[in-house]
Design a protein around this ligand. Structure first.
Ligand SMILES: [Zn+2]
Length: 234
């Protein structure tokens, strides 16, 4: 990466304007933001308590010594454009875009997607800023395992298709995520995604399978709990 490029690169922070300014300078629309913020907090709490995807990831992170605390590691903020969330590796915080997330199912998916990044961050010494392959791999895993490409989500986007389609969906979403936060060409991003695709697509940790539905995720969570119980007896 050359010098000029490095100066221009903002790692996607332009999408999260609240990350740059003081939290308390909300201005005259403060009241409506408070309502958005409150709703976001309530949906977040519900996701943490009821989503089997989120529960499994939170449990796995706790086991890896990276316990996630709601107040410390999640932040409901206003974001630009249509982004739903992000993982800020410099603060280990998950950003939830309170102005763009309006439904519980959407919140559950965003929390899961970002928790996968947080899990990778905790687990794998990810070099988000310098190693492009690490970023690509985590985006592939997040798209594959979060339900972003599950059948009902895809149906609602009018993308009818079969199994092959899941892979295409994962590839496409990983590409879009990378292009949103890095100043690289589409070709460059495609090259890296394709290089790491097979190994990262087949890495299902900590789920042990691709959870294609909430039911799958429930089974994965049950297995995870049993695994834990087994180790506790050793
Ligand atoms: Zn992502």
């Amino acid at each position: 990466m050359d010098q000029t490029k490095e100066q221009d690169e903002d790692y996607g922070y332009n999408l999260f304007p609240d990350r740059k300014k003081s939290k308390y300078k909300k201005g005259s629309i403060g009241e409506s933001l408070f309502t958005f913020n409150h709703k976001c907090q309530v949906m977040l709490q519900f996701a943490i308590e009821t989503s089997p995807y989120a529960k499994l990831l939170l449990g796995a992170m706790k086991n890896s010594g990276c316990t996630v605390y709601k107040d410390r590691h999640f932040s409901c903020e206003d974001c630009d454009g249509t982004v739903s969330g992000g993982f800020d590796a410099t603060t280990s915080q998950i950003v939830l875009c309170q102005n763009n997330i309006h439904q519980q199912a959407h919140m559950n998916r965003v929390v899961t997607h970002e928790l996968i990044h947080a899990f990778d961050h905790c687990h794998a010494h990810v070099d988000w800023f310098n190693n492009f392959k690490h970023l690509a791999c985590s985006e592939i895993r997040a798209a594959n395992l979060s339900g972003d490409c599950s059948f009902t989500n895809e149906l609602s986007r009018f993308n009818f298709g079969l199994k092959q389609h899941h892979q295409e969906c994962v590839r496409g979403r990983a590409l879009r995520s990378i292009l949103a936060v890095r100043k690289v060409s589409k070709e460059e991003a495609e090259k890296v995604v394709d290089e790491v695709f097979d190994s990262c697509f087949n890495d299902h940790t900590p789920f042990g399978r691709i959870p294609h539905s909430k039911k799958d995720a429930k089974f994965a969570y049950r297995d995870f709990e049993n695994r834990d119980r087994y180790f506790a007896n050793l």
